[in-house]
Design a protein. Structure first.
Length: 404
């Protein structure tokens, strides 16, 4: 592994988020003496155009087709780690995960497709453990802030109370930004899969879907407008909760149940107090329900794809990305009733600017800080934990703080 030409490669660099990621890495690290990296994709012309746009003439570019086993093997022969932005991953990501798992190459991505993650774990976890490949899904807004935010709060609870929190509620206090075309395309693809396999819905509803074992603890789940006394706010469902909660529970399992086997976790959007907050929560819940129902029904799904949903590769301007931000609150309570609160903030819009920076720091951390860790399918918190948190705070505009 030490004789590889590159420490890591950005795969899908000419995609919309791939460009944001590459621009961040060029700006933050350049072609430093600390490590060597490259960009890859199926169109060399697009990669060269990106290099010219970023004034990064010396950045190596590799022509790699995601559907070619020979190309993916060639990629794995040249690098120790890969960051992939090629989604929907259930459509385009199988080959790269398989190649990395077989060849001992570390891997991270931006997927939020829990059904695909479950399939990849089932198909390739054993060979990843044998080869030493560390596979880490969900290294963007879903699910780094949630996963590392819970881990941070638990560490603080143990430090203050000598015990972890038995329950944590994540509440989105503020969020300004747009969901990426790739994220919405992934939701559309999940709808396609659900229409073909009705048993998939039951699997995806299990909070322990991607955990090594299914626990009996019943998990809370905000499905409609409701009031939360802890946050003192009305709540609406949070569209990312379906993947974030699953990742947090897998982290707990991989950390030898550091949070306890009876740990409870849920996520929701805060809409404020009073009649206005209740109305907003109800409106948001109805709107999300209508959207998800529309995605499932073929005629409305076609109309949404055709006229409403941004295509993969489309997204907000750099100025809009800079104006975006988010503030997530984590309310923790121990078994004895002691309470503690933390917040995680980001300085860019969640779906693009902040996600690009998070994936950038994840692949650098994976390639440079995790070399002695064992192979397998990990989560951001269970593998990279405080190492990644330090990088995110130092370089990527995230903060992790206790609220007093």
């Amino acid at each position: 592994m030490k004789n590889k030409k590159f420490d890591f490669v950005v795969f899908g660099a000419s995609s919309f988020v791939g460009k944001i990621l590459t621009a961040y890495l060029v700006r933050q690290y350049g072609q430093s003496n600390d490590f060597k990296w490259a960009i890859a994709g199926r169109s060399l012309d697009k990669l060269e155009a990106l290099k010219s746009e970023l004034n990064a003439a010396n950045l190596p570019a590799l022509k790699i087709n995601a559907s070619s086993e020979a190309d993916l093997k060639l990629l794995c022969e040249q690098t120790r780690a890969v960051a992939s932005t090629v989604g929907p991953y259930a459509l385009y990501g199988n080959g790269l995960v398989k190649a990395c798992a077989q060849n001992g190459v570390d891997y991270c991505d931006l997927t939020g497709e829990v059904q695909w993650i479950a399939g990849m774990i089932e198909a390739h976890e054993d060979e990843a453990k044998r080869s030493g490949a560390k596979i880490v899904h969900c290294c963007g807004f879903d699910s780094i802030p949630s996963d590392l935010g819970v881990q941070y709060l638990q560490e603080q609870a143990v430090s203050q109370f000598d015990t972890p929190c038995q329950q944590i509620k994540m509440r989105v206090r503020r969020l300004k930004g747009e969901f990426s075309g790739g994220t919405l395309a992934s939701l559309i693809n999940v709808a396609h899969e659900l229409s073909k396999d009705r048993s998939l819905a039951k699997k995806m509803s299990n909070p322990y879907y991607i955990c090594p074992e299914k626990l009996p603890t019943r998990q809370p789940n905000v499905k409609f407008a409701e009031y939360d006394d802890t946050a003192q706010s009305w709540l609406a469902p949070f569209v990312m909760a379906g993947i974030n909660t699953r990742v947090v529970h897998r982290s707990n399992a991989l950390l030898n149940y550091a949070y306890g086997k009876e740990f409870k976790y849920d996520e929701a959007m805060m809409t404020g107090n009073g009649t206005k907050g209740r109305l907003m929560a109800t409106t948001m819940a109805l709107g999300m329900g209508a959207f998800l129902a529309g995605v499932v029904i073929p005629p409305t799904r076609w109309a949404l794809e055709r006229f409403v949903i941004p295509k993969p590769g489309e997204g907000p301007s750099p100025k809009a990305q800079e104006r975006g931000h988010y503030d997530l609150r984590f309310y923790g309570q121990t078994a004895s009733g002691k309470q503690i609160q933390a917040k995680v903030t980001g300085d860019r819009d969640p779906g693009y600017g902040s996600t690009g920076k998070m994936l950038g720091e994840a692949v650098v951390c994976l390639a440079m800080d995790m070399q002695d860790k064992p192979g397998g399918f990990w989560t951001p918190a269970s593998l990279m934990g405080s190492n990644l948190r330090t990088r995110l705070e130092k370089h990527a505009g995230l903060s992790f703080q206790i609220v007093t």
